[in-house]
Write a protein that binds this ligand. Structure first.
Ligand SMILES: [Zn+2]
Length: 90
């Protein structure tokens, strides 16, 4: 499933770009605009963080350390358990 995030800033920009003449021409658009404004202002920001990318650095003693935070692990998993970096070798 892919989540889509709506930008509060972009929504408000769009609303500002609509002139009052546009509102008068189409009945009901003011109510729509108010709904959109309410949505833009009152919807909490999504708790999203950019994905960190890293790689495991293998050491001769059998330990892997995260290239991003230095966390030491005994195996090379897909993500670093400490900093959450995705280990896709970038
Ligand atoms: Zn890490």
């Amino acid at each position: 499933m892919t989540d889509e995030y709506i930008s509060r800033e972009k929504t408000l920009e769009l609303l500002k770009s609509l002139s009052s003449r546009d509102y008068r021409r189409k009945k009901g658009t003011i109510q729509d605009a108010i709904k959109m404004i309410s949505y833009a202002v009152y919807t909490p920001a999504a708790d999203v963080a950019p994905v960190r990318h890293g790689r495991w650095i293998y050491h001769d003693d059998g330990v892997f350390t995260c290239s991003e935070c230095g966390n030491a692990e005994s195996n090379d998993s897909y993500y670093c358990r400490l900093c959450g970096a995705k280990m896709d070798g970038v």
